[in-house]
Design a protein around this ligand. Structure first.
Ligand code: ACO
Ligand code: LMR
Length: 285
């Protein structure tokens, strides 16, 4: 009989070979007939299943409230500088996206993992924070790549006295619509401990979205426990911020082009240059 050539790769989320495009088995015409929205499309293409309406609404809320946070944040600045250097949309967007990481916008998966592991091991919020501080001190002894103490905690400008309204909106939605919010409650107890040290050590927007998403993965009934664990290990939650903030970065690129902004050069008086003369002499021999 016929011997099928082994496939070069396997794909399980979409299929365009038939008459109609399928997203995780759902016809594109049904996507619109059933009005599943962007949240529904994310559910199909990221999780390969329909999620309850509160979950798809939550995904949409996250995309909307992470869409932008002004021109001064790392990623928007990179986008703007690249755009003003004459780069195209994709290059400027990529330049912004490349700043997303453990300090800015990309703390979600690590926050999910740290908070859920501490909760599952029965640590009190105080024990969790102390353990994270000890681990952080130790790892910083051996590496120049300093990692945050508790991912999902801390903000440059937001604080207990200047709360982040995005975080308030997420908490309100989750308390009203989620069947449970165990990890959110735990994270808020952790925030009480960290803000007693410094009032900017709040549960930030990355941290809040992350713990709420763990609550969703664990308690929506749509995932097994193993699936819920896996999704926090493969970058899913940072994907939410990346997708949301791309809206803002594209906006900043278009804005600079519209403004016909010239090449940016940082003011020299804003840079402190310290050079070692000895190294110059060494080079001269
Ligand atoms: N957990 C515990 N302690 C912290 C944390 C944290 N996450 N962040 C800062 N601190 C402590 C520092 O150890 C320092 O203590 P010290 O004064 O005793 O030395 C003090 O707070 C000030 O630290 P800075 O690094 O100066 O804080 P900064 O305001 O510059 O940092 C930042 C803000 C980068 C967000 C930081 O809090 C952090 O790394 N947080 C974790 C990563 C994270 O969640 N990033 C996402 C932010 S939200 C977003 O980007 C959309
Ligand atoms: C953001 O959403 O970009 C931030 O919360 C980071 C910041 O410094 O505002």
């Amino acid at each position: 009989g016929l011997i099928r050539k082994p496939a070069a790769f396997i794909s399980t989320i979409s299929d365009e070979r038939g008459q109609e495009l399928l997203y995780a088995g759902m016809r594109i015409s049904d996507v619109f007939k059933e009005n599943i929205g962007v949240g529904g499309v994310v559910s199909l293409l990221w999780f390969k299943r329909r999620l309850p309406e509160y979950a798809t609404k939550f995904i949409e809320m996250v995309l909307m409230l992470t869409a932008d946070h002004g021109p001064a944040v790392s990623g928007a600045m990179n986008t703007i500088v690249a755009s003003r250097a004459g780069k195209d949309l994709i290059s400027s967007l990529a330049s912004g996206l490349l700043t997303i990481g453990s300090r800015f916008g990309g703390a979600l998966d690590e926050a999910a993992s740290m908070f859920s592991s501490a909760y599952d091991r029965g640590l009190t919020p105080r024990e969790f924070v102390d353990e994270a501080r000890r681990a952080n001190k130790l790892s910083n002894l051996f590496s120049h790549l300093t990692t945050p103490t508790v991912s999902g905690i801390g903000h440059k400008i937001k604080s207990v006295n200047n709360p982040d309204l995005r975080v308030e909106l997420v908490k309100e939605f989750v308390r009203k619509n989620f069947p449970t919010h165990t990890l959110l409650d735990y994270a808020l107890a952790v925030e009480k401990v960290t803000t007693s040290k410094k009032d900017t050590l709040i549960l930030n927007v990355d941290g809040c979205i992350a713990v709420c998403f763990v609550d969703l993965l664990r308690d929506s009934g749509a995932f097994t426990r193993e699936e819920a664990e896996e999704y926090t290990k493969i970058g899913t939650l940072n994907g939410l911020f990346v997708l949301g903030r791309s809206i803002g970065f594209i906006g900043h690129h278009l804005d600079q082009k519209r403004l016909k902004a010239p090449l940016y050069r940082h003011p020299a008086d804003d840079i402190f240059i310290e050079m070692n003369e000895i190294s110059q002499q060494r080079i001269l021999g």
